[in-house]
Design a protein. Structure first.
Length: 331
């Protein structure tokens, strides 16, 4: 069931065009992506560290800001951070809400790096993000993306990067690894579709839902690259291979992004209001700038692609997913 649903999601996500190719450092089209001075100060005080400070903007398809959508606190479950409250009644850009001609398809409130602050091809970057998602908020027949990366060609997002999701009430990590083919989308722009590992984290993660996930990632965005991800100090994914796939830059985005909601409502499922908490978002050149005990992390690397704690693994191409061995999906 998980593989079938992942196949549907990957197929739809990869064929949706990026209808608004824009340089986020220059808001246009009447859409405000620049944060207010007060919001910038709050994010820098409560959430952002290192290279993310003063270097993030709102995405152009966000739902409108309303009272209660964003709240900051010195103590969310023992951590300083921000809470995003997303309601099904929040309607954003029609390219999300009515995508594919179906009302209620997707909604988001995300922040991301402006073009000039994205990571260039060839750079080796460390990322830290803390996430708390209360377990009483079901995500069954739709998908919630908690953070992701986008591959930029020129000034336009043309391909997907790694993404951390929840669907079927389980954590699902998506890792594209090579371009399958290119095409021209309905806007006339060139886009790419990549083969993607869909890695379902095992049932032990049920115990972590509702608690802070301390996620550290190291990515070398290059043809001879790598991507490593540790959760709560334990290596979960380590991949060596092409992490640029012809792109010039890579953008990091975070915040709740719910999609395929109409897939759920058409089956009689209601979409609940959700709270998602984030803390300590960092991007740096060195692990020691964002994590104590980096040796404990890097000592888990072997120089070979590997994954741990998976209950399910698939390889998805053009919406067709075939099962892989969760003990060694990269073999």
């Amino acid at each position: 069931m998980l593989r079938m649903f992942v196949s549907f999601i990957v197929s739809f996500l990869l064929i949706v065009p990026n209808a608004k190719a824009k340089d986020w450092s220059k808001p246009d089209g009447g859409v405000s992506t620049k944060m207010s001075k007060e919001m910038t100060i709050n994010f820098d005080n409560f959430v952002f560290r290192k290279e993310f400070k003063k270097n993030m903007v709102l995405t152009e398809r966000n739902v409108p800001i309303r009272q209660g959508l964003i709240e900051f606190s010195e103590n969310y479950f023992g951590e300083k951070g921000v809470k995003f409250n997303l309601s099904y009644s929040d309607i954003g850009d029609q390219m999300d809400w009515s995508r594919g001609g179906t009302a209620g398809f997707a909604q988001r409130f995300q922040l991301g790096e402006p073009l000039k602050k994205t990571s260039k091809k060839g750079t080796d970057k460390w990322y830290r993000i803390q996430i708390n998602y209360p377990m009483h908020q079901p995500v069954t027949k739709h998908t919630l993306t908690l953070f992701d990366f986008k591959m930029i060609h020129g000034k336009t997002e043309r391909d997907l990067g790694p993404a951390f999701n929840i669907n079927n009430n389980n954590f699902l990590f998506m890792l594209p690894h090579q371009v399958a083919f290119s095409k021209t989308n309905e806007t006339g722009a060139k886009s790419f579709e990549s083969d993607t590992y869909a890695l379902g984290l095992d049932y032990k993660y049920d115990e972590l839902v509702g608690k802070w996930l301390f996620i550290v990632m190291n990515a070398k965005w290059d043809k001879d690259g790598h991507f490593h991800m540790w959760i709560n100090g334990k290596l979960r994914v380590s991949y060596y291979g092409d992490m640029s796939r012809g792109s010039d830059r890579v953008r990091f985005k975070f915040g709740p992004y719910r999609h395929h909601m109409s897939h759920a409502t058409e089956q009689g499922e209601s979409i609940p209001d959700i709270n998602v908490y984030y803390s300590s978002l960092s991007k740096t050149n060195k692990c020691k700038d964002l994590w104590n005990g980096c040796e404990e992390l890097t000592s888990q690397l072997t120089g070979y692609s590997q994954a741990f704690g998976l209950k399910d693994a698939s390889m998805c191409t053009a919406g067709d997913c075939r099962p892989l061995n969760p003990m060694n999906p990269f073999q």
